[in-house]
Write a protein that binds this ligand. Structure first.
Ligand SMILES: Cc1cc2nc3c(=O)[nH]c(=O)nc-3n(C[C@H](O)[C@H](O)[C@H](O)COP(=O)(O)OP(=O)(O)OC[C@H]3O[C@@H](n4cnc5c(N)ncnc54)[C@H](O)[C@@H]3O)c2cc1C
Length: 403
């Protein structure tokens, strides 16, 4: 594998695929970025990003652009769905947070983040963006790869990086595991003008209203002009494609006992689209020969830690580093990459599951016990608990290089 020779084929132009393309191009590798959709980066709601992603943005050269479009929330609050009491608080806007983690916690419109990454990709002569190019099948020929597209084209390259999300075609061919693990929850997402929000809710914080079998997350976007709302809940209809009336009935039933402010927000929800919440069990190996995976294709996680995109971007930078260090030995680079990543990403997956079941969605006495236990925790304790995640990663280095 040589730089500026055979391109690396990145399948999927989401946040993970755009980041890995950029990370590789910044190191002088040629990339072809294949996206099945006619356009890159059109789906967008809000996204939260932890401080661990900023050293990666520094490497990609996009930190200033990202910060210009972001909001640093005053805090991340977990609030009781019945009495609106604060259960837990992460002081993201406090000086203590910034001192501890060196980088901010932000919320940003996903379209803005995607646009920043795609603009940077477009400005890179080493990257060719290929919309309307769905990957169907790869063949590892030993010294190069051949990829067949859904419209029967063949594209050749040095390697395949599957960044094709939760239902990855590349992963399916490599591991043949079938459907992701569905947890019986669904999500609806909406962005509304801030001026239209009549409910008496926190507007400068990320708020998670938590209740038995459901939660709602909301936060401001674009200089506080927009308000992002996500409603997540358990429902027996999670596998059914319903209409707006049936989704509305589901919501009304699920949140019937919740706080009036929550109900007011739910009345604003756009119910056109529903996401079925899923993850997969962690795995140690997601590479084979000249083919590997990044992001949700490698380690899809529940949203409890709001880290899926963050760890996809960590993957991207780490993978580019490993390819550079392996001096052309792609298979070795991919082994080093998954070895550097699997424990961290598995921890995000496991802890997200733990929080989902034992923190976010409890009812009855379990909920009271959890709330009581959290009432004694100070800010310092909360920040320490997040250290393993927000302190970020050490990227692989050449042996003997200074730390
Ligand atoms: C409700 C919700 C809230 C979330 N909130 C957060 C948050 O606050 N913070 C956070 O960090 N993460 C969050 N996440 C997780 C985050 O969205 C994902 O982890 C992240 O987007 C994964 O990026 P990706 O590039 O790996 O995959 P994706 O974003 O799924 O991108 C995959 C891309 O591949 C393309 N594709 C698929 N198949 C093919 C093919 N065969 N050929 C070519 N192209 C293909 C798709 O069209 C898509 O563009 C949230 C997720 C959900 C559902």
């Amino acid at each position: 594998m040589t730089r500026n020779n055979d391109p690396i084929l990145v399948v999927g132009g989401g946040l993970g695929g755009a980041s890995v393309s950029l990370a590789l191009a910044r190191k002088g590798f040629r990339v072809r970025l294949l996206e099945q959709a006619p356009e890159f980066g059109v789906i967008g709601y809000g996204i939260q990003l932890g401080p661990n992603v900023f050293p990666m943005f520094d490497r990609l050269g996009v930190t200033d652009a990202v910060l210009a479009k972001s909001i640093v929330p005053k805090a991340v609050l977990m609030i009781d769905s019945v009495d609106a009491g604060v259960i837990a608080r992460v002081p993201t806007g406090a000086a203590s947070f910034r001192e501890r983690f060196k980088h901010p916690y932000i919320v940003i419109h996903r379209v803005d983040l995607h646009r920043i990454l795609l603009d940077a990709c477009e400005a890179e002569p080493n990257i060719e963006l290929m919309p309307l190019t769905g990957a169907e099948y790869f063949e590892d020929q030993g010294d190069h790869v051949r990829l067949r597209t859904t419209d029967n084209r063949t594209i050749e390259g040095a390697a395949v990086v599957g960044a094709d999300g939760l239902r990855s075609t590349v992963r399916q061919q490599m591991l043949d595991e079938g459907e992701p693990r569905m947890v019986g929850f669904v999500a609806h997402r909406t962005i509304v003008p801030m001026a239209d929000v009549k409910a008496d809710v926190h507007r400068d914080e990320v708020v998670l209203w938590s209740g038995p079998g459901f939660h709602i997350v909301h936060y401001p976007l674009r200089a506080g002009t927009l308000f992002n709302i996500v409603a997540v809940f358990k429902t027996s209809t999670y596998l059914e494609r319903g209409d707006i009336a049936s989704y509305r009935a589901d919501l009304d039933h699920t949140y019937r006992n919740s706080h009036p402010a929550m109900k007011s927000l739910l009345a604003m929800m756009d119910l056109e689209r529903r996401w079925v919440i899923s993850d997969r069990d962690p795995i140690r190996h997601w590479s084979k020969g000249r083919v590997t995976l990044v992001g949700d294709a490698a380690h899809p996680t529940l949203q409890s830690l709001a880290q899926g995109a963050c760890i996809a971007i960590e993957d991207a930078v780490c993978l580019a580093e490993c390819i550079e260090l392996a001096d052309g030995d792609i298979a070795q680079a991919f082994r080093a990459y998954e070895n550097a990543r699997y424990l961290r990403t598995a921890r995000v997956q496991y802890e997200s599951r733990y929080l989902w079941d034992n923190f976010y969605h409890l009812g009855g006495i379990e909920r009271e016990v959890m709330r009581n236990a959290w009432s004694t925790r100070g800010d310092g304790d909360v920040l320490e608990c997040l250290g393993w995640l927000y302190d970020g990663i050490r990227l692989p280095q050449r042996k003997g290089a200074a730390a």
